[in-house]
Write a protein that binds this ligand. Sequence first.
Ligand SMILES: *Cc1c(COP(=O)(O)O)cnc(C)c1O
Length: 348
Amino acid sequence: MIIEEIDLRSDTVTLPKPQMIEAIANATLGDDIMGEDITVNELERKAATLLGMEDAMLVLSGTMANQIAIMGFSTRGQEIILGNESHIYNLEGAAMSAVAQVQARPIQVQDGYFDLELVESAISTGDIQRAKTALISLENTYNLNLGQIVSLENMKKIQDIAKLYNLPVYLDGARIFNASVELGIEPSEFCKYVDAAQFCLTKGLGCPLGSVLVGTKEFIDKAKINRQRLGGGMRQAGIIAAPGIYALENMIDRLKEDNDRAKRLAEKLSTIEGLFINMKDVQTNIISVDIRHCEMDAEQLISFLKEKRIKVKQIGRKKIRMIVHYLITDDEVNYVVSSFKELLENKG
Ligand SMILES: *Cc1c(COP(=O)(O)O)cnc(C)c1O
């Protein structure tokens, strides 16, 4: 077996399948700002149906979807309640303050669980001094919290609280399908408890770009104005939508394989001296490896692995992350495990 490069840094490194390139070549295109790209319209209709929402809108990235959602639910000077490790708070260039002009009210989220008392006590109805809460924003799977699944029950309870205060709830569902296939439920189940959501076409689904925002028709109409303001209005966007349609039809169910393969990889790695993985954290396709008891630090380990043509991501001085995706095979999992063994049990 010839091992080429094994890139476990993220599921965003996935390349489009040949069928996706073919779908791009054969797509019927039109001007999407005029609503005339029938391929975009088809993707949006499929996405709305899949998530059980009224309407949908294609955008260029998950970050853009999140910011458009925030802009849609808030006005300048308000506050958004979100997880302290959320993508919106940590990895979007502070767009919520720089662009949407709201501030974050981060709360601690433990093991993918949004504590109900913390959420409720973070809500502000607004007075002269305190910013008024505009939105509660959830994330599922919770990326920086190791890809953990936020349970339907937790989401429902958050919605119950939000209703008491007449607040909307948003879901950053970049990897929502990794959660739905893991629980064996329809992705629309999650959307019962939120007013709007986004999912990424670019993660495990393997598309070259794009995210889809879903919500009520009224919300999406407003979102189209905000997308335009951000320079995200597109013309023949069917070239983005075509692989998206392929992905919705062919790439969702197979995500269970990635989740299962991630568990197998994690189980095998956890038996290696110097590596610690909390198996209960490995719920979907993300593995966080604690190398505290390893003589090497993450940088050294990463450069050793590079020599083995294995790429992983450093997430701390003594922590690395791996994300399994459709390009990773069982043979490669075995190769990764034996490479770690060689490095740590011989040299470690
Ligand atoms: C990847 C990701 C996004 C959006 O990413 P883009 O790179 O902007 O497409 C948003 N939220 C979460 C949780 C993500 O993992």
